[in-house]
Unconditional design. Sequence first.
Length: 289
Amino acid sequence: MRKSFLFFGTLLGVLLLVSCSGGSKKQATVEVNTEELDNASKVINYYHTSLSVLKHVANPKDINAVLGYMEQTGKVPEVSPIVPPELSAQDTAELMHPGNYFSEEIRQHLEQTYSGLFGARNQFYENFNKFLTYKKAKDTAKISQLLDENYRLSIELSEYKQLIFDTLAPFVEQSEKELFADEPLKDQIMAMRKMSSTAQSILNLYSRKHIMDGARIDLKMAELRKQLEAAKKLPSVAGYDKEMKTYQDFLSTVESFMKNMQKARDKGKYSDEEYSSMMDAYEYGLSVI
């Protein structure tokens, strides 16, 4: 369904051609619509940049690997200080300074949230490097203090990520409605994006190594189950056999994700292996949207 996103540019081009050939009143209307579609496209681009950056800025596997090392007692292999993963300066600038396709209030909120996220990420790795120094000096009191601090920061990072997703969700949905207005596969594309977003929220909650927020996971699982049932009821679209097959495969992947998540949830604790399995299913879902 990746070709569906090419529809954005095609539709904008058609509208621009119409605006050049119509009367003044019609032209004004088309220009307004074109601006709205342009803003909607920018919202979607901002969202996808967020997905890309958030995947690397606080990758749960990396965070949990650091926490796992800090939890070890006795003699452990020596490791070098860690430099936080590099981020694209262009992407970071875009996320920290969103354009006027968002309101001033939302822009300030996103800027503050991303600033908090990047700050917490830097502090987390700074604490780990201090930990290595204290470990060598066998300063157990400070070691314990830093582990507790990084537990707190790992939760903070997860919450910042979720706050960004929750903030963007209604704007992304509205933008999709505008951009896919005449797209035959509109409902399927939007359903897939919603389920992928909910799955990401579940992964954020599950990946908290030292404490599982079971109640919130259960709520998100119920939300995903409801979205899946609604998605199954969408009618097939004639003339799009290949895309509909991909859509059905996506729904099967969501079902597998939910089964695996429920097993992990029942165990009541985090597992790197189970997280990787569910992350593979999630990333497959993103690849076909």
